[in-house]
Write a protein of this length. Structure first.
Length: 320
């Protein structure tokens, strides 16, 4: 199957035996082995085997990424550049060209690669962050020099709606905007995206995206039995009073009618997580702090937590 967008969520956890493609964050480019040579290039995702890397293991929990087309391993050359080499090409050095799971001093897990006693990090600083690759001789990393990448599980369906998942099965779901890459305007509610909505059973969309869908797209959704509410929230922001009023009324109406609802923003974390958390507060859930909201629903910013805290306190007052 050919696609212009890498599969998966872009921050899939690395597992032995699974196959991945590696994207450049904010682009549709993935790491590709150039013509079967040791060179690597960034190309648009096509689903070809030279763009797929299988996570394999050997003794001592050593992980390697092996190209599906050539069986070469992802490693670094003598100039500390990402490269791909077979066992025959690098001889004994391949025993040092491996990855090993560990814990980062700043929190989160990492995969470290050792080549000729130099450490290279493929690390996930937070549970929701994309994967990073950086060459360093210690775990103290300078964020300004990190190259941000995404790991995409190839086995996942090439779904337009990344990070789709049910918060309340059959009633409330969340996802990214369709075909989101790096900005709200990436959204493209095409036939494939509508087909996914139908397959998942979604009957209503609450969009927090800063860009409104066109009238013809909204009509196409309605013809498939899917209604649409646009209530934009600025990226990393919280809803306005009027915006929250319309979102809340829509959710409560849909809940009464048992109408499966999808909430999305851009990437599908901060704004979406804020609204999902707000819905749960309406339903009686309590959150102690921003960290709990972040861990549960990916609320990202203080302004979003302040909105939720205000909502929770106002409901507490009404319930007294």
């Amino acid at each position: 199957m050919t696609s212009s967008f890498p599969p998966g969520s872009g921050h899939n956890a690395v597992e032995i035996g699974k196959t991945y493609c590696v994207s450049q964050h904010g682009t549709k480019k993935v790491l590709t082995q150039a013509d079967g040579s040791a060179g690597l290039t960034w190309k648009d995702y096509t689903g070809s085997s030279d763009q797929k890397w299988k996570c394999v293991t050997e003794e001592k929990n050593q992980l390697r990424f092996q190209n599906e087309a050539t069986n070469a391993y992802l490693c670094r050359n003598e100039n500390s550049k990402l490269s791909a080499s077979t066992k025959e090409d690098i001889g004994d050095a391949v025993t040092k060209a491996h990855f090993q799971v560990g814990r980062h001093t700043r929190g989160g897990s990492f995969l470290s690669q050792v080549i000729n006693d130099e450490l290279f990090f493929l690390t996930r600083p937070t549970a929701s962050a994309e994967v990073f690759v950086q060459m360093h001789s210690s775990v103290q990393m300078d964020p300004s020099t990190i190259t941000q990448l995404g790991t995409h599980l190839v086995e996942e369906a090439l779904s337009p709606l990344r990070r789709f998942g049910w918060v309340i099965q059959g009633l409330l779901a969340r996802s990214s905007a369709p075909y989101y890459v790096s900005q709200d305007s990436d959204q493209n509610m095409d036939a494939a995206a509508i087909s996914q909505l139908i397959a998942e059973g979604v009957k209503d969309i609450i969009s927090l995206n800063e860009v409104e869908l066109g009238a013809e797209v909204v009509q196409a959704l309605l013809e498939k039995g899917i209604s649409y509410l646009w209530s934009p929230i600025k990226d990393f922001g919280a809803p306005t009073e009027d915006g929250w009023k319309s979102i809340k009324e829509r959710y409560q109406k849909n809940k009464t009618e048992n109408k499966p609802t999808l909430v999305y923003c851009g990437y599908g974390h901060g704004r979406t997580g804020t609204i999902i958390s707000a819905f749960q507060i309406l339903d009686g859930c309590r959150f102690r702090n921003l960290r709990e909201c972040s861990e549960k629903h990916h609320v990202e910013k203080t302004v979003q937590w302040e909105f939720l805290d205000t909502l929770q306190k106002s409901l507490d007052t009404l319930r007294q």
